[in-house]
Design a protein around this ligand. Structure first.
Ligand code: MLC
Ligand code: AMP
Length: 503
């Protein structure tokens, strides 16, 4: 095939008058209309001088046009680099610089903030707003509604998704066409997606879950999406009667359960509810079944690997487990120190191998080598266990990571900023239980001898460079951090100490 990802996900729908997207304002968009927009954008990006393999950094609100940029990149052989809209200009600067993006696409509201970054990185800067206006659509409007698809192979890169690391430095996970395609095919089959499906889509489209899992599976099946700008409880309840399936992070499910309008009746026609990106409490799973009669299907994945495991569609969906490895995915539990495979039932590091596993971190061969073994197994940093029936459970993390409302937050990144604040000797950032977000961020500070810390001032200053969702919801001061005999900070002790601050 000329361009396997484009041909399989999009190409099959080029002339299709079938509905693809239902929008908040009641409008509907057919596949053909969507793909004409994508073709114009692909034409624009190519005329702007971008060549196959160049990076397109986008920090734009969710909209059909934003999704069309993804399609345009695939069609033009460009690498799509979506960025969380909550990132500050300082955070975006790193991604643009590190990726060497040839163009930065943003909302008009943040154009001025990103202009110096684009200039410094010699990247073009164009805008695309949530309502479909902006400098890019303006220039693309006069271009042809068809575009000659740029040939690519399954090994060619399709997307960079940045993921932070335990060192605090973000790494660009390089995903190939084959990575995305193989996963979309596995999930469509496992979850029985067809052209009859209407997915209630309220996830952001700058991460694996909303972009690849939700959108690619729907595209492959030729289904429809009720494409909501964000999660809004009233809207979810209003739209559920029109949907057949929903995908969400656990916060979606706890919020739905917290509303008495969410009843068995409202959801009885639904075919499937999928949860992932963060642990779904077994208690939520049980409550959901009690309320609706549906058993949520929990799956497990990550940026670097797409989806690895899934509970069965037909078999027993077990609360507190993430099910079985997907077809084509190998999963083993290993000793974190030696890498040796552990006997069945023991807890260890989860490693995965398969066509879903990424190609490495952009221009970071050492980081890649630390996590991606030469035999193809990726060391996930998650701790897991496989039971006698083959169900995988995630029991903890071997990486210092907080997951809040499905967003990953790496403590190191915040600690580096806190340590730089006036009067701070050292800091430790921890995640503690939070009823809505699952986990939330607490910053523990130690002051330099004789110094008093201005906590409000510190909050304001770090807020300038750190996305809101990463900012500690609470800062506390301790005389010293608890350490073990090796001198390592005992975050477990801190997590226990501050367990109930949000409850
Ligand atoms: C928003 N806020 C958060 C937050 N989301 N704080 C902590 N954690 C979060 N996840 C903050 C905002 O900054 C704001 O702060 C306040 O909460 C309300 O903002 P909002 O925009 O109204 O929030 P809301 O719409 O309620 O968003 C919550 C959410 C959203 C859970 C619906 O975060 C969300 O859609 N999460 C999904 C993330 C996701 O797609 N993850 C997949 C990653 S892929 P203030 O103080 O200004 O009021 C992956 C692989 C895999 O992990 O396996 O899928
Ligand atoms: P990200 O880097 O944003 O892709 O996040 C990936 C991480 O999310 C994984 O390494 C897990 O720690 C976590 N994760 C994803 N799905 C689940 C799940 N179903 N249960 C528990 N943790 C999950």
């Amino acid at each position: 095939m000329a361009n396997p990802l484009f041909d399989t996900l999009f190409g099959q729908h080029l002339q299709s008058d079938a509905i693809f997207l239902h929008l908040l304002d009641g409008n509907k968009l057919t596949y053909a209309d969507f793909l004409e927009t994508a073709a114009r954008y692909a034409g624009y990006l190519t005329e702007a001088g971008l060549n196959a393999g160049d990076r397109v950094a986008v920090q734009i609100e969710k909209s059909p046009e934003a999704l069309a940029i993804y399609a345009a990149c695939v069609q033009a052989g460009l690498i799509f680099l979506p960025l969380n809209t909550a990132y500050t200009a300082a955070e975006v600067a790193y991604f643009v610089e590190n990726s060497g993006a040839g163009i930065v696409l943003c909302d008009d509201r943040i154009r001025d903030a990103l202009a110096p970054i684009a200039k410094r990185c010699e990247a073009k800067l164009e805008t695309l707003n949530a309502d479909g206006s902006g400098s890019l659509p303006q220039q693309a409007a006069s271009l042809p509604k068809t575009f000659e698809t740029v040939p690519r192979s399954e090994d060619d890169l399709a997307a960079f998704l940045y993921t932070s690391g335990t060192t605090g430095r973000s790494k660009g996970a390089m995903l190939s066409q084959g990575n995305l395609l193989s996963n979309a095919q596995a999930l469509k089959n496992e979850w029985r997606f067809t052209s009859e499906d209407v997915l209630l889509h309220a996830l952001p489209i700058f991460h694996t879950h909303g972009l690849f899992v939700a959108s690619n599976v729907t595209l492959l099946a030729g289904g429809q999406m009720i494409f909501l700008p964000k999660f809004d409880l009233d809207q979810m309840i209003a739209d559920m009667p029109r949907a057949t399936t929903m995908m969400g992070v656990p916060t979606f499910y706890t919020r739905l359960l917290g509303d008495e309008r969410f009843t068995k009746d409202l959801s009885k026609h639904m075919r499937l509810f999928v949860s992932g990106s963060a642990p779904l409490l077994a208690e939520t799973h049980v409550q959901f079944e009690d309320r609706t009669g549906h058993r949520i299907l929990e799956r497990y994945g990550m940026t670097e690997t797409n989806m690895n495991t899934s509970n069965p569609y037909d078999g027993d969906r077990r609360a507190g487990t993430v099910g079985f490895p997907l077809p084509g995915v190998e999963l083993k539990i290993t000793d974190s120190q030696t890498g040796a495979t552990l006997p069945q039932g023991e807890i260890g590091e989860i490693e995965v191998r398969g066509p879903n596993v990424f190609k490495g971190y952009w221009q970071m061969p050492e980081k890649t080598a630390e996590e991606l073994r030469s035999d193809g197994f990726f060391i996930t940093g998650d701790l897991g266990q496989i039971d006698a029936n083959g169900y995988v459970s995630i029991v903890g993390r071997n990486k210092d990571l907080i997951i809040s409302g499905g967003y990953n937050i790496y403590p190191k990144e915040i600690e580096l900023l806190l340590d730089d604040q006036e009067g701070v000797l050292e800091s430790a950032v921890i995640g503690v239980p939070h009823a809505d977000f699952g986990e939330s961020v607490v910053g523990v500070l130690v002051a330099m001898p004789g110094k008093a810390l201005d906590l409000e001032g510190i909050k304001t200053r770090i807020g300038k460079s750190l996305a809101r969702f990463k900012q500690p919801q609470k800062l506390v001061v301790l005389p010293e951090l608890p350490r073990n005999t090796m001198g390592k900070v005992q975050k477990k002790v801190l997590r226990e100490q501050y367990r109930t601050v949000f409850q």
